[in-house]
Design a binder for this molecule. Sequence first.
Ligand code: SF4
Ligand code: SF4
Length: 356
Amino acid sequence: MNKKPSLRKKIGLELFRQIHRNNVKMHELNTLFWECTLRCNIACKHCGSDCRAIANQPDMPVADFLKVVDEITPHVNPNKTMMILTGGEALVRKDLEICGLELYKRGFPWGLVTNGLFLTPQRFQSLLRAGLHSITVSLDGFEEAHNWLRGNPKSFEKALNAIKMLVAENFPVWDIVTCVNQQNINDLQRFKEFLIETGVKDWRIFTIFPVGRAAQYPEFQLSDEDFTKVLDFIVETRKEGKIHLSYGCEGFLGNYETEVRDSFYQCHAGINVASVLADGSISACPSIRANFHQGNIYRDQFWDVWENRFEPFRNKNWAKHGKCADCNLWRYCEGNGMHLHDDNGELLFCHYERIK
Ligand code: SF4
Ligand code: SF4
């Protein structure tokens, strides 16, 4: 596929730009992540948590997070505001159900992101009783590739058991997320067939850029040709219609926009998405570097921060320098995802540039 947006695509991009501008103006919070722990039961090679300057951070008490939730509640429609518990590994906490039930009582749908290791049938039933609404499980290819990345010889088996349980239980809202890298890229076709046979309906793919712990592993980095192959694979899979596959929200993809995702690219960080991190920091998206936050729940009122300190997410003019300064796609991309900027605001990665 030609990477330059076609005329038809440009018309779509222009229309979507208006929707995005309006979205920025309204800045309605519809997703709140809670990084409920930095503890984990495995040590993934690509995990950013240990790159953070927070040593032995204790888990935040549920009551502290619920205080934030109660502050938010009068300003949002709880039924339309998703709460996502993430980590570390969220399931190492034994009290997730207490939090989940309180969210459920207040009308918030809640979900979690997990590596699946601790998602046993007993725990799953307990989470269901607490009103669990959605789950994302990581599965990074077949056994060898997955266990290599996850650094645990049992992780594939356990994640797969968890996935089979979700299929058997007919749980309505769940998906699989896969980090594509050099270890699994050549198996993507077979892996897709395996997922379809297993009963997976929704699948998301993301790629990794050389930052933090991931930078130590050249195996994570795809060549530009392989990155383009991944996008073509997603296009083909979506045409087949046997499994709903999409690329993560990572970056602007030119003519691949709407061919590899359901909608045009948009970084929702700070526009509709916020996070409460393990140390209480108020951030926009958990993928953004931990030292870029706008406040802290132990010092600030969350809603005040959301309303008044998220300007860098809503006005990206600060990012219009370097290669973005003269880019004729700026009006649709606005300098790529927020997580792709370093401490000085420099762009680390342009997805569009990598498409061959
Ligand atoms: S150069 Fe900047 S604005 Fe242009 S496509 Fe790349 S990240 Fe987006
Ligand atoms: S910061 Fe990155 S991961 Fe987060 S919403 Fe924006 S593009 Fe997506």
